[in-house]
Ligand binder design. Structure first.
Ligand code: C2E
Ligand code: CA
Ligand code: CA
Length: 563
C-alpha cells in the first residue's frame, strides 16, 4: 500500500461514497460541518439543504430520535464511550432515510473535544425489513391486530394479574360464519375486506384496556380485562348487534354477515391461556350447533357434570326405548320438483318417551353419538328400514348413518351383511352421510361409499355446504346425491348470499355428477327459487313433514326387530 501514491484523501472520500457511506467532520468550537463528496446524493439532501452547522443538522433529524443521539454523543464526549446511533434523517423531498452513524472525537492538549469525525450509512431498506419482521412477529398482517401467539401471551398476563389482584376477566372468541363460502363465492379480496371490517367492529366494541387479536383465519379473540359475566354478555351482545344491524360494505356490495361466539370467564373457568382458548372454542362450537349468530358462555365443570348426568339419562332412555319397541322412524317425502311426485322417503328416527311424548332425532342423536352408542342404533334403524322395504316392494328409503358408523370397519361389515341378507332392497336403499363427517375421515368414508355402491345402494351427501371443507377432496368421493343444507334454502328467493352459495354448491354438485336435493323447503317461494336454479328434488315441511304414518300402510311402531 505504501507504494500507492494515489491513496490520498480524495480517493478515500470516493471509495467511501462508492460504498454508500458519508463521512463528515464537525468542528466543535465553530459548529461547522464539512461533508465528503457525494453526501448529498447518498442522503437525498439537496446541496442547498445540506446542513453547514451542527444546529442545522439537528433540524434534519427526526425529533423522536434526537434524545437518544444527544445521549450517545454526550457519553462519547464525557468518557469516550464508543459512539453508535440510529436515527431518521429528513430528505429534501420530505421523506426519511434511516441512518446508522458512528464516530469518534478528537481532543486538544487540555482534553477538550475539538472535532468530531462521523461516518453515516443509509440503512433504510434493512431497517424497513427489520421493522416489518418485528411487526409480523406480533401482529396479523391483514388486520394489524395482535396475532394468536401474542394474544395468548396477553391472556396469560391478564390471568396472572387476576390472580395477583383477585380480579376477574373474560375471553370472547368471535367467529365469522360461513367465511369460506364468501371466499369461494366472492373471492379472497372480498373475504379479506369482511375480516378487516369485522375486526374493526370487534375493536369498536372493546373498552379501554381490552385486547383484540386475530386468532384464526375467520376468528378474533377479545380479552376483556376487569370483566364480570354481565360485562362479557354485554360485550357479546354489542358485537352481535354490530353485524345484525349493519351489513358489511364491500366492493361486491353490502353483505350480511353473522357471527357466532364462545366466551369463558377468567380465572374461574380457565387457569391458563390454552385452557381459556380451548373452552371458548367449545362454547363456540355449541353456538354453531345451535344455529349460529349467537353467543354461548362456557359453563364451569359443575354444570358440565350435570350435563353429563343428563346425557347418560338420555342414553339410558334411548336404549330402553330400543328394547321396549318405542323407537321407530318417521318418513318424509323427497319429491321431484317439477311433478311433485315422491321419489323416495327419508327415515328420521323418533323415540316414543315413557310418558308418551314423541322425541325427534335431533334431540337425542348427538347425545347417543357422544356416548358412543350410535353404531348399535344405526344397525338397529337399518334393520327397521330393511324389514319395511322387504314388505313394501316399491318404496325407496334413505337412512341416516352417523359418521362414527360409516368410518368403523366392523360396523361396515355388519351393514354390508344386513343389506345382503335382504334380497331386492339394495337398489332402493340410500345411505345419507354428512359432509363434515365425510371430510373428517375421508379414506374410511370413501371405503364405506364404495362398498355399499358395489352392492347397488346409493350414497347421499347430507348437509352439503354446512361443513364447507375442501371440495377438491370431496370430488373423488363417489356420491349419487347431494342434499343442500337447509340453511342455504332459507329465504332463497330474497337472500342474495344464499342465492350465491346455492349456485356455488350446484356448480360443485354438477362436477360430481350428482343429483341435487334441496332440504328444509318450507315455503312455496323457496321451492320455486330452487326449481328456477335447476334443483331437481325437494324436501321439507312445504311438501310434507316427517310422519309416523306410512303413505303405504299403517304406522309401524309394532315392527321391532330383535337387537
Ligand atoms: P337431517 O338428516 O339433516 O334431517 C333433517 C332434519 O330437519 C330432521 O330433523 C327433519 O325433521 C327436519 N326437517 C325436515 N323438513 C324440515 C323443514 O322444512 N324445516 C325444518 N326446519 N326442519 C325440517 P330430525 O328428525 O330431528 O333429525 C335431526 C338429525 O338427526 C338429522 O338431520 C340426522 O342427521 C339425524 N338423524 C335422524 N335420524 C337418524 C338415524 O336414524 N340415524 C342417525 N345416525 N341419525 C339420524
Ligand atoms: Ca339426512
Ligand atoms: Ca340434512
Amino acid at each position: 500500500m505504501d507504494s500507492s501514491p494515489t491513496w490520498n484523501l480524495d480517493l478515500l472520500a470516493r471509495t467511501i461514497s462508492a460504498a454508500g457511506e458519508v463521512v463528515y467532520c464537525w468542528d466543535i468550537p465553530s459548529g461547522q460541518l464539512e461533508w465528503s463528496a457525494g453526501a448529498t446524493d447518498i442522503l437525498g439532501v439537496a446541496d442547498t439543504d445540506m446542513p453547514c452547522l451542527a444546529a442545522e443538522m439537528q433540524l434534519r433529524i427526526a425529533p423522536d430520535d434526537l434524545p437518544a443521539r444527544a445521549i450517545a454523543l454526550s457519553q462519547l464526549l464525557k468518557d469516550g464511550t464508543a459512539y453508535a446511533c440510529e436515527f431518521k434523517l429528513r430528505r429534501s423531498d420530505g421523506g426519511f432515510e434511516w441512518i446508522d452513524e458512528r464516530g469518534n472525537v478528537e481532543l486538544d492538549a487540555e482534553g477538550t473535544p475539538v472535532r468530531f469525525y462521523g461516518l453515516m450509512r443509509v440503512v433504510t431498506a434493512w431497517k424497513t425489513r427489520e421493522n416489518e419482521l418485528e411487526r409480523l412477529a406480533y401482529f396479523d398482517e391483514l388486520t394489524g391486530h395482535l396475532n394468536r401467539a401474542c394474544l395468548r401471551g396477553a391472556l396469560d398476563d391478564v390471568l396472572t394479574g387476576c390472580r395477583e389482584e383477585d380480579a376477574s376477566a373474560a375471553y370472547l372468541l368471535v367467529n365469522i360464519d360461513r367465511l369460506s363460502m364468501l371466499n369461494d363465492a366472492y373471492g379472497f379480496d372480498i373475504a379479506d375486506a369482511v375480516i378487516t371490517d369485522i375486526g374493526k367492529r370487534v375493536e369498536d366494541c372493546s373498552r379501554f384496556g381490552d385486547i383484540v387479536g386475530r386468532v384464526g383465519g375467520n376468528q378474533f379473540g377479545l380479552v376483556l380485562t376487569d370483566a364480570t359475566e354481565l360485562k362479557l354478555r354485554k360485550a357479546a351482545k354489542e358485537v352481535l348487534s354490530s353485524t345484525r344491524q349493519r351489513e358489511v360494505n364491500t366492493a361486491a356490495g353490502p353483505l350480511a354477515v353473522t357471527l357466532s361466539m364462545g366466551g369463558v370467564l377468567l380465572p374461574n373457568d380457565a387457569a391458563s391461556s390454552r385452557e381459556a382458548m380451548g373452552r371458548a372454542e367449545e362454547a363456540l362450537s355449541i353456538a354453531k350447533q345451535q344455529g349460529r349468530d349467537r353467543f354461548v358462555l362456557h359453563r364451569a365443570s359443575l354444570n358440565r357434570d350435570s350435563a353429563r348426568r343428563k346425557s347418560l339419562a338420555t342414553g339410558d332412555a334411548v336404549m330402553r326405548a330400543m328394547k321396549d319397541g318405542r323407537l321407530t322412524f318417521a318418513v318424509q317425502p323427497i319429491v321431484e320438483g317439477l311433478t311433485g311426485e315422491t321419489m323416495l322417503y327419508e327415515c328420521l328416527l323418533r323415540m316414543l318417551n315413557e310418558n308418551g311424548d314423541l322425541v325427534p332425532a335431533g334431540l337425542f342423536i348427538p347425545v347417543i353419538e357422544k356416548l358412543g352408542l350410535i353404531r348399535r342404533l344405526d344397525i338397529f334403524t337399518l334393520e327397521l328400514a330393511l324389514l319395511e322395504m322387504e314388505e313394501i316392494k316399491d318404496v325407496n328409503l334413505a337412512v341416516n348413518i352417523s359418521g362414527m358408523t360409516a368410518t368403523d370397519p366392523a360396523s361396515l361389515d355388519q351393514l354390508l351383511s344386513l343389506v345382503h341378507m335382504h334380497t331386492g332392497v339394495a337398489d332402493r336403499l340410500i345411505f345419507e352421510i354428512t359432509e363434515t363427517v365425510a371430510m373428517m375421515d375421508f379414506e374410511e368414508t370413501a371405503r364405506f361409499a364404495e362398498k355399499l355402491r358395489d352392492l347397488g345402494c346409493r350414497i347421499a351427501l347430507d348437509d352439503f355446504g354446512a361443513g364447507y371443507t375442501s371440495y377438491r377432496h370431496l370430488k373423488s368421493l363417489a356420491v349419487d346425491i347431494v342434499k343442500i343444507d337447509g340453511q342455504f334454502v332459507k329465504d332463497l328467493h330474497k337472500n342474495k348470499e344464499n342465492q350465491l352459495f346455492v349456485q356455488t354448491l350446484l356448480d360443485l354438485a354438477e362436477g360430481f355428477g350428482a343429483e341435487v336435493v334441496g332440504e328444509c323447503v318450507e315455503t312455496h317461494e323457496e321451492a320455486q327459487a330452487l326449481r328456477d336454479r335447476g334443483v331437481k328434488y325437494l324436501q321439507g315441511y312445504h311438501f310434507g313433514a316427517p310422519t309416523l304414518e306410512r303413505p303405504w300402510s299403517a304406522p309401524s311402531l309394532h315392527m321391532v326387530p330383535t337387537v
